[in-house]
Design a protein around this ligand. Structure first.
Ligand SMILES: Nc1ncnc2c1ncn2[C@@H]1O[C@H](COP(=O)(O)OP(=O)(O)OP(=O)(O)O)[C@@H](O)[C@H]1O
Ligand SMILES: [Mg+2]
Length: 657
């Protein structure tokens, strides 16, 4: 409840699980930022980020670094252990506190509502005692008591709202980082859907801070109120009870009538958002080829459908709400009218009738509100269930032994890859082994499965059958963070984070020394290129990669792959955008990597890179056509190519058909 627990909770937002360790993860993270639903929570995370981030940066330094391991490795390990234990505890211990607080708010609610009875009791007493006894003292006493009750009511009401507000913030803060981590991990199996769970989290927060939960907390007092009307006069009690039943039936009909159109409206709205998102990602293409009208049309179609469904739902909702309002107002008339009749017969006093009318409406309003808000309760519950399932089933829950530092022996055993919906075999029976420090070049026609294989070697997708092992250990059994630090990956479509070049090379880690960044830049031979920028390493890269050119991005991506002394580096067409000097730099980087005993797998379409490889693999339609030493494979490739005319290889696999 206090600010300390809040900031603690908030700090968990800033701990990423595997930030920036692999290319596809970058892509997804960008997509998540772009999605409108995720924006709110992202900015919230930033808001807390600074103070929390600094805290983590400093603490590990305090441990000292007696060993020769770079400081970054140690502190990262400490950070990782904390994040891991947070992840495992969040659903248990973490949320237990939230549940306890909601219960407390519920207890407060009970007293808030009981105190509200002061007003009708006051009325009651006025008409019964003050008017009959004509005592000013009694009037003053009663007024003081009711005044005190009102102050207590307002005070307790404020407290329960404060509590709920904090529970909401705490829930989102506690779950935010684990949900994003688990979503990023789940995207490994090829779907980005889990990133939308950040939206679910916001949904949950809105529900906890919204009016419905307060009304629901008022419900337990409704029977007390109903009993009070019965006590005043059974007839009045029956009127209130009967109305409650009618309102309940109307609300259920309302739910049934509006459920389908509301769901439709949401689905279309989501598709409209996706369309707008796609437009923003392809803004260059859209502007260049005058595709704005088409983009707007697609978005407009979805939006129009969403609005139409929404309108239909709202229309029905207005009818039913009107009906329930009618019933409620008639109830007031019925209580007052019937009450007057009872008063004429001297069964009750006028004050009792007015009191009964107030109590009656108090009894009905939480019931009505809860029924109206039932949909948002169901949605919030479903959102929570989805989040819970994601977190419980996430592989991040499993404890993994931290292994000794990898050497870089890569073993691939008969891997098969058949992504779920298509049933198309993309990789089939590929096996090879690389010793630490060995390099392999992979060539093959477009669509032959090279990039898929590369993603599999760095564990970003999981083979349907077969194994990929680093140092004899299956990738799935590696501690994800430790594995990430042991590998480097340059994807075919390089995406950088919107941050400085320095931060990008450092894989967005904050616990690194400048020396480590410089080492990576030196190894990848990009130091000179970076020096030519006006702001050098501090140059800010924007979300679309500007101000860097395609080739420059690729070279920064290369430095990122070599950052932190990885043992296995996988490069997917690292030279596709490079000029002559860029290719020379790449060749230098590869020979330096060899000297440092780094295992390298490079995919290429150009012969230049083949010269620096120990082994070559030719891949065709997902199967290895040939694999062997460079000296053995080169003549075959050369024969097929007419000795590599004009530097561009024709698809090498043609030879082997
Ligand atoms: N997630 C996926 N679902 C279905 N098919 C996929 C998936 N990923 C890749 N493919 C298919 O797998 C094949 C191999 O794709 P991959 O990107 O690995 O080719 P590549 O050899 O890298 O080609 P290029 O030289 O053009 O980069 C393609 O036919 C592609 O359509
Ligand atoms: Mg490719």
């Amino acid at each position: 409840m206090d600010p300390i627990t809040q900031s603690e909770a908030a700090s968990s937002l800033t701990d990423g699980q595997e930030a920036g360790s692999s290319g596809p993860a970058n892509g997804h993270a960008n997509a998540a930022n772009g999605a409108s639903s995720a924006n709110g929570s992202t900015s919230a995370a930033n808001g807390h980020g600074n103070s929390a981030g600094n805290g983590h940066g400093n603490a590990p330094n305090g441990n000292g670094n007696a060993s020769s391991t770079p400081n970054g490795h140690q502190s990262a390990a400490v950070l990782q252990q904390r994040v891991d234990s947070d992840f495992r505890n969040v659903l248990g211990k973490g949320l237990a506190a939230c549940r306890r607080n909601i219960l407390t708010a519920g207890i407060f609610s009970f007293f808030v509502n009981i105190l509200l009875l002061a007003m009708p009791i006051y009325l009651f007493q006025l008409s019964d005692r003050v008017y009959t006894s004509r005592s000013t003292d009694t009037l003053i006493m009663l007024s003081l008591v009711v005044g005190g009750a009102i102050v207590a009511h307002v005070f307790l009401d404020m407290i329960r709202r404060f509590i709920l507000m904090r529970v909401a913030v705490e829930t989102e803060a506690k779950l935010g980082a684990p949900v994003l981590s688990a979503a990023a991990k789940a995207s490994q199996t090829g779907s980005n859907r889990e990133f939308q769970l950040l939206g679910d989290l916001q949904h949950l927060r809105h529900f906890i801070t919204g009016p419905v939960i307060l009304l629901m907390m008022d419900v337990p007092v409704a029977p007390v109120y109903l009993a009070a009307t019965f006590l005043i006069h059974p007839d009045l009690g029956w009127i209130v009870g009967g109305t409650g039943t009618i309102l309940f039936i109307i609300a259920i009909i309302n739910q049934k009538l509006t459920a389908v159109p509301y769901t439709q409206a949401n689905t279309f709205a989501m598709r409209a958002n996706l369309a707008a998102d796609a437009m923003s990602r392809n803004s260059q293409v859209i502007n260049a080829m005058g595709m704005i009208p088409e983009g707007v049309q697609i978005w407009g179609r979805e939006t129009a459908s969403s609005l139409k469904a929404h309108l239909a739902a709202q229309d029905r909702n207005i009818y039913m709400t009107g009906l329930s309002k009618l019933v409620r107002l008639f109830t007031q008339v019925a209580i007052l009218g019937w009450g007057a009749r009872l008063a004429l017969r001297d069964d009750v006093t006028a004050g009792m009738v007015i009191a009964a009318s107030i109590i009656g409406s108090r009894a009905l309003s939480p019931i009505e509100g809860t029924i109206e808000g039932w949909r948002s309760f169901i949605q919030a519950r479903a959102a929570y269930a989805r989040i819970k399932t994601l977190l419980e089933n996430s592989p991040l829950n499993w404890e993994r032994l931290r292994l000794p530092r990898a050497e870089g022996r890569l073993t691939v055993e008969r891997i098969l890859y058949v992504p779920p919906p298509t049933k198309k075999v993309i990789l089939n029976g590929i096996s090879f082994e690389l010793e630490p420090g060995e390099s392999l070049a992979i060539v093959g026609a477009s669509g032959s499965g090279k990039s898929t294989l590369a993603r599999m070697l760095v564990g970003s997708i999981i083979p349907t059958a077969g194994n990929v092992r680093l140092d004899r250990m299956d990738l799935r059994n590696w501690d994800p963070r430790q594995f990430g630090q042991s590998v480097g990956y340059l994807p075919q479509d390089v995406q950088l984070f919107p941050a400085s070049i320095k931060a990008n090379i450092a894989r967005m880690r904050e616990d690194v020394t400048d020396e480590m960044i410089f080492d990576a830049a030196e190894l990848a031979d990009v130091h000179e290129m970076i020096s030519h920028f006006a702001h050098g390493y501090e140059t800010q890269v924007l979300i679309d990669g500007s101000p860097l050119s395609g080739g420059q991005k690729q070279r920064i991506g290369l430095a990122r792959a070599f950052f932190g002394d990885p043992r296995l580096v996988v490069l997917d067409e690292p030279n596709s955008n490079l000029d002559g000097p860029g290719e020379v730099a790449l060749a230098n980087a590869l020979s330096r990597a060899k000297r440092k005993n780094i295992t390298v797998v490079a995919i290429t379409q150009r012969p230049a890179l083949l010269q620096s490889a120990d082994k070559i693999m030719v891949i065709k339609e997902g199967t290895a056509q040939a694999i062997g030493k460079r000296e053995d494979i080169m003549p075959l490739l050369a024969a097929a190519n007419g000795a590599g005319k004009n530097g561009q290889m024709s698809p090498a696999s043609q030879v082997f058909t």
